[in-house]
Design a binder for this molecule. Structure first.
Ligand code: UTP
Length: 287
């Protein structure tokens, strides 16, 4: 499931009439990268949680017969393939979150669709570079341990207040830690570590029962981190484990990170990089 019902206030006014997950990163909306990441990990059923301004998000994954027939008539097969790709990616469903009451609340909206199966949560504004796959490892760890799996990344201690922070213990697997406690957006001095939860989770449906009774936490929102903290603290449950990610990640909900994502991804692209790279160097030299 991909929650995409937040207000995106950091990106106003761009997000006044458009979800931030639809902001283009080079030439694709951010959320398309996330759906592609899910399908690359073998997930072919995707539920997107939408809020206000839902239409342009759902339209993006629909076919557009007028556009397709025009491109076909013109014989522009490469553009036609691009248009068709987003509607052929996966079986995509939408559920509405009436009010943005927090990530935990958005996840709870997936309950009926998910049923009795484990599922992955991928935040629609958090991009993991396809060259550094993460989700496959997380799915494997979930199968192996039956536990909730979160993705963790070391961040600068000065930015830990923007994330959920994890207290961890080592396990016998390299790059996998046991999570012993979680705090949502702690002050630097209260953070148990500089390991931040980033936007990927693999969960069992038992999380829904916990979310049902999770009271609003930080920011008055129902926090997924608070439900995960309860799971981590339960001595009789399967617990919470973290896969430590050391690859490239772009938080496109943050303006500076969004610009960095576009610059990095465009510079690496075969079709755009050769023209852009010398220009970037020239530009940087003048700074
Ligand atoms: P954020 O906290 O980054 O989203 O939520 P936001 O509130 O939209 O952003 P700002 O701070 O106002 O700019 C993380 C993810 O959870 C989704 C968001 O769409 C984003 O993908 N979300 C958040 C929901 O789907 N529903 C919510 O109620 C809250």
């Amino acid at each position: 499931m991909i929650p995409a019902a937040g207000l995106g206030t950091r990106f106003l006014p761009a997000t006044k009439a458009m979800p931030k997950e639809m902001l283009p990163v080079v030439d694709k909306p951010a959320i398309q990268y996330v759906v592609e990441e899910a399908t690359a990990a073998g997930i072919d059923d995707v539920l997107i949680i939408i809020g206000r301004n839902k239409n342009n998000l759902s339209n993006h994954f629909d076919s557009v017969p007028e556009l397709e027939s025009t491109l076909e008539r013109k014989g522009d097969h490469s553009k036609l393939a691009k248009v068709q790709h987003s509607s052929d990616l996966a079986d995509i469903h939408f559920v509405r979150q009436g009010e943005p009451k927090g990530l935990g609340h958005a996840v709870l909206r997936a309950r009926a669709h998910v049923g009795d199966h484990p599922f992955a949560v991928l935040l629609g504004d958090d991009l993991i570079d396809e060259r550094d796959p993460l989700l496959t490892t997380m799915l494997e760890e979930h199968t192996k341990r039956g536990a909730a799996i979160v993705a963790l990344m070391e961040v600068d201690p000065d930015s830990i207040h923007l994330y959920g922070a994890a207290a961890v213990e080592a396990t016998d697997s390299d790059g996998v830690v046991k999570v012993t406690g979680l705090v949502e957006k702690p002050a630097k001095e209260d953070a148990p570590s500089n390991l931040a939860i980033i936007g990927r989770y693999v969960l069992s449906p038992s999380v829904f029962e916990i979310l049902e009774r999770t009271e609003p936490g930080k920011g008055g929102e129902i926090q997924l981190t608070d439900a995960l903290q309860e799971m981590a603290a339960d001595p009789d449950g399967p617990g919470v484990y973290g896969v430590v990610f050391r690859g490239r990640r772009y938080d496109t909900g943050d303006r500076v990170d969004y610009i960095k994502a576009i610059v990095q991804l465009a510079a690496d692209r075969e079709d755009l990089g050769p023209e852009l790279r010398p220009w970037f160097k020239e530009f940087a030299a003048k700074l």
